[in-house]
Ligand binder design. Structure first.
Ligand SMILES: [Zn+2]
Ligand SMILES: [Zn+2]
Length: 118
């Protein structure tokens, strides 16, 4: 059976917000500051084709979400105000990016280490 923690149930991203919330199938409410979401954009333009995903600092319009689209049943595509929108964020990768207090207490929130592709 599929891991319910990897099913995206609901996305809350009010226009102008700086944080997007994703409710997962296991009831976890994921917290995604936009600088983290955009900073870890997994697209080839941001990351090349290396095995890891590095944080790339972004600002201004780059942190405003224009549109969020489900891709198949495994990923979300985020489109940003500056037109950038080729990054596919797999549900597994999004779980790793969560910055809620349970996943990422205190100082860990500011951690910008490289992440494996997922
Ligand atoms: Zn990108
Ligand atoms: Zn979390």
């Amino acid at each position: 059976m599929r891991d319910p923690g990897l099913l995206c149930r609901k996305v809350a991203s009010p226009r102008g917000a700086r944080v997007t919330e994703i409710t997962w199938g296991d009831g976890h409410v994921g917290v995604y500051p936009h600088e983290i979401l955009r900073g870890y954009c997994p697209c080839a333009t941001c990351q090349g084709h290396s095995g890891t995903i590095s944080f790339v600092a972004a600002e201004g319009d780059q942190l405003q979400i224009e549109k969020i689209e489900p891709v198949g049943n495994y990923a979300l595509r985020f489109e940003w105000f500056d037109g950038h929108g080729s990054g596919l964020y797999s549900f597994r990768f999004l779980r790793a990016l969560c910055r809620c207090d349970a996943c990422c207490p205190g100082e860990a929130k500011a951690d910008h280490r490289d992440l494996p592709r997922a």
